[in-house]
Each structure stands twice: as structure tokens, then as C-alpha cells.
Design a protein around this ligand. Structure first.
Ligand code: ASP
Ligand code: MG
Length: 427
């Protein structure tokens, strides 16, 4: 019997009626002859409300207590879904993360799964039961409850699928898949039938909503993940291993055959190389001018930032002239003030000139494994942005992504421009 793992997000289990609807869906998949384990998020905005509640009692709640509190959100939803299944005649049983065998490290609030002993889940499945596991949580070797970080139920689901050797993990949510761009900005954005793990990882960490660690896990265990709507019966997006193919041959591996296929008929040399456009707002840039070009300087700048728990995103350093160089980097706008405090001290110590920082920036990225050996892609991106009058402040690249830092006010324009330039709307 095929083992399937399904995951339902917070909006999908937002009230009693939705919970009944989810139970019907789970039951249908079970009756179709599958062995089903389900992971649920907390109902609606429960986690936010619990955090607010904690903060109304203590400005800095103890991390252990906060985790135990937050874990209750998923206990509520998993037990209610189980009851709904039993109401419609299904044999179902709920389990907390600890009961399901999820061991984590002790990093409260952002714990990592160190071991998943799915024995008990497997036994229940073998007995013909549907198992509903509370997402987002685990337990340390000392039996303290931990949470995996915001959005962590995705990671629970993929980890469970991997631990059970499931055929695939189906993530049901309030959107019906992964799009070539945010449909709120680009009305003709197209839903992707499939996307590779690597590409999804770049999209997930640059705006589109999947817990990035879930994609890392899926890639590591080669567990296909289907992202689809819990409300509508339309095909979703399959995240899976896509063989790199220069000619864009459809992989056909379980992906629904769409009209024409997404890879056909693009006229332009660089079309097909890009899978999607993504963006972020709330980016701030801190420039340091006339930094001495000698070993240890970058470390002197970035170590204290790391020590203050400020994560630095894009870093650009110029080729040095006269043994001085310019260095600038971006941080989240919400970290700007703290980052400035740190760099002011450092700039003084190393004799650099600190310049005015820029807030109100954003970034746009194009993502696609096909761009690895396609030198034309960057040029198309830059000239499209130039034609649209978008000034590029900084550029960074990975093998499969090019990111431009731009004025926050121009982010929407930039996204639309790039979506059109790479012909992403039409398959
Ligand atoms: N309930 C948790 C959150 O809101 C985990 C999740 O939904 O995935 O972050
Ligand atoms: Mg989520």
C-alpha cells in the first residue's frame, strides 16, 4: 500500500467547517487505498495569538516555556481533525511531535530535527489507522518540547514523509501551487506544473512561502512534494528532482501533462532558462568607504554583526585601489538600527568612512537551473530593468539565481518587467 503524507496549513484548518472539509479529503485519499499520515499546522493565526499572549505576560518569555505554549496550537488542530475523521467513520489517531518520535536539538524556537523514529506512526498505519501528527514541534533528549521555527510544519511533514519512505508529501494550502511570480503583482503569472528542489529552495528563501528547511530535507531524501490547494480540486505544483536538460524536454515524471507543456514554443534564446521571478521588500544597505584592503578586515566587520545575531544578506566589495576598498552589505530593514550600531564602532576601529545608509530598498531575483550555462541571461535581466527605468544598486548571483537590489518603490515594476522579459506568462 502506498504511503502518503499530507500536510494542511493553518488557513485550511481555520474553523470547524474547514476541519470537517479537510477530514473528508483525508478520508477520500484513505478510501482510495493509501496509507495516510497527516501533519497539521495550528488553526488560523493561533501561533501569532499565543505569542502576543505570552508577550502580554512577559516581554522576554522564557524560550522553553514559550515553546511548550506554542506547541499547543498544533495539538488543538491535530486532535480536532482526528475527531472529525472519527465522526465520519474513519479510524484515526492523533500524536504530538514527541509521540510521533521527532527528536530535536535544544535550540528552542528554531530547533532542528536530529532523529525521527517513526516506529509508532508506522505501527498505527499498519493497523489501518490514519495518523494525524502535530506539526512544528519535537522533543529534546531531556523530553523538553521544542518548536522548529515559524512555518515549521512543512518541515515536519517532509521529515515524516522521509522517515516513512512515503511516495510523496502533499502540502495543502490556501494557494494552488508555486507561480512564476507573485500573482498579486503579475496577474498573468503562471502556475508551474513542476519545479526542481534547488530552484524551489531559491524561491523559498526569497519570498515564496515554504519553510526552506522542508525543501532542503526533500532534496536530501529525494522526497517529491506536491503543493496544492486544500479548497479547490486543481492540479498543484510538483517539487521534485528535475534532470538538467538543455533542451527543456518535459520530464513527464508524474507531472500532469499540461496543454502544450511549459517549455515549448519560447521564441527567445534565453527564455526557458528562468523558472520564476521573486522579490523581497524591507532591505537596507550599509556602505563602508575607504576600508583598508588587508587580511582580516571583512572578518572584523562581519564577526560582530554575527555575534549580535544580525544576518547579512548581499555583500559587495570593490576591487581595491590604492589599498583602500569599498564594502557594502544589506540587512533586513528591521535590523538596520542594530547593524548601524555595530558598524559604527567597527568603522572607527578600522579607519573606514561610514556613509549614509539606505533604507527603503528591495530586491528582485530570477531563478532557474537553466541559467547555469546561459551567459545571455544576466544581460537580458539588466537591460530589461534599464529599459523600465529601474536603477540597480547591487547585484549578487548564485549558480541558479541573479538578484538585483533596487529601490523598494520599484519592486513591483521590476518584477513585472522581468516576468515579461523572460516570457514566463506563456507556456
Ligand atoms: N503554526 C506555526 C506557525 O504559525 C507553524 C506552521 O504553521 O507551520 O509558524
Ligand atoms: Mg506555512
Amino acid at each position: 500500500m502506498a504511503v502518503l503524507v499530507q500536510k494542511y496549513g493553518g488557513t485550511s484548518v481555520g474553523d470547524a467547517e474547514k476541519i470537517r472539509h479537510v477530514a473528508e479529503r483525508i478520508a477520500a485519499a484513505h478510501r482510495a487505498g493509501n496509507s495516510i499520515a497527516v501533519v497539521v499546522s495550528a488553526m488560523g493565526d493561533t501561533t501569532d495569538r499565543l505569542i502576543d499572549l505570552a508577550q502580554s505576560i512577559s516581554a522576554t518569555p522564557d524560550p522553553r516555556e514559550l515553546d511548550l505554549l506554542l506547541s499547543t496550537g498544533e495539538l488543538v488542530s491535530c486532535t480536532l481533525v482526528t475527531m472529525a475523521l472519527r465522526e465520519i467513520g474513519e479510524q484515526a489517531v492523533s500524536m504530538s511531535g514527541a509521540q510521533a518520535g521527532i527528536r530535536t536539538d535544544t535550540a528552542h524556537g528554531s530547533a532542528s530535527i536530529v532523529d525521527f523514529d517513526a516506529e509508532r506512526v508506522q505501527q498505527a498505519l499498519d493497523a489501518g489507522r490514519i495518523v494525524i501528527v502535530a506539526g512544528f514541534q519535537g522533543v529534546t533528549h531531556e523530553m523538553d518540547v521544542t518548536t522548529l521555527g515559524r512555518g515549521g510544519s512543512d518541515t515536519t511533514a517532509v521529515a515524516l514523509a522521509a522517515a516513512l519512505g512515503a511516495e510523496r508529501c502533499e502540502v495543502y494550502t490556501d494557494v494552488d501551487g508555486i507561480y512564476t511570480a507573485d500573482p498579486r503583482i503579475v496577474p498573468d503569472a503562471r502556475k508551474l506544473e513542476e519545479i526542481g528542489y534547488e530552484e524551489m529552495l531559491e524561491l523559498a528563501s526569497y519570498g515564496a512561502k515554504m519553510h526552506p528547511r522542508s525543501i532542503e530535507l526533500a532534496a536530501w531524501y529525494n522526497t517529491p512534494v506536491l503543493v496544492a490547494s486544500s479548497a479547490r480540486d486543481v492540479p498543484g505544483t510538483l517539487i521534485h528532482e528535475i534532470a538538467p536538460s538543455g533542451d527543456g524536454a518535459p520530464s513527464g515524471d508524474g507531472a500532469p501533462a499540461g496543454a502544450g507543456g511549459p517549455e515549448e514554443g519560447a521564441g527567445m534564446e534565453v527564455a526557458n532558462k528562468v523558472r520564476g521571478v521573486t522579490y523581497e521588500r524591507g532591505v537596507a544597505r550599509i556602505p563602508l568607504r575607504a576600508v583598508p584592503a588587508r587580511p582580516g578586515i571583512a572578518a572584523a566587520v562581519f564577526e560582530p554583526l554575527a555575534a549580535s545575531n544580525i544576518s547579512v544578506d548581499t555583500i559587495v566589495q570593490n576591487a581595491s585601489a590604492e589599498r583602500l576598498t569599498d564594502l557594502s552589505f544589506t540587512v533586513d530593514s528591521s535590523d538596520l538600527r542594530a547593524a548601524l550600531q555595530v558598524t559604527e564602532g567597527v568603522a572607527g576601529a578600522i579607519g573606514a568612512e561610514e556613509c549614509v545608509s539606505h533604507d527603503n530598498l528591495g530586491q528582485v531575483s530570477i531563478v532557474g537551473t537553466g541559467m547555469q550555462n546561459a551567459p545571455g541571461v544576466a544581460a537580458v535581466m539588466f537591460s530589461a530593468l534599464a529599459e523600465a527605468g529601474v536603477n540597480i544598486e547591487m547585484i549578487t548571483t548564485s549558480q541558479i539565481r541573479i538578484t538585483c537590489v533596487v529601490d523598494e518603490a520599484q519592486v513591483n515594476d521590476a518584477v513585472r518587467t522581468l516576468h515579461a522579459a523572460f516570457e514566463l506568462a506563456e507556456g
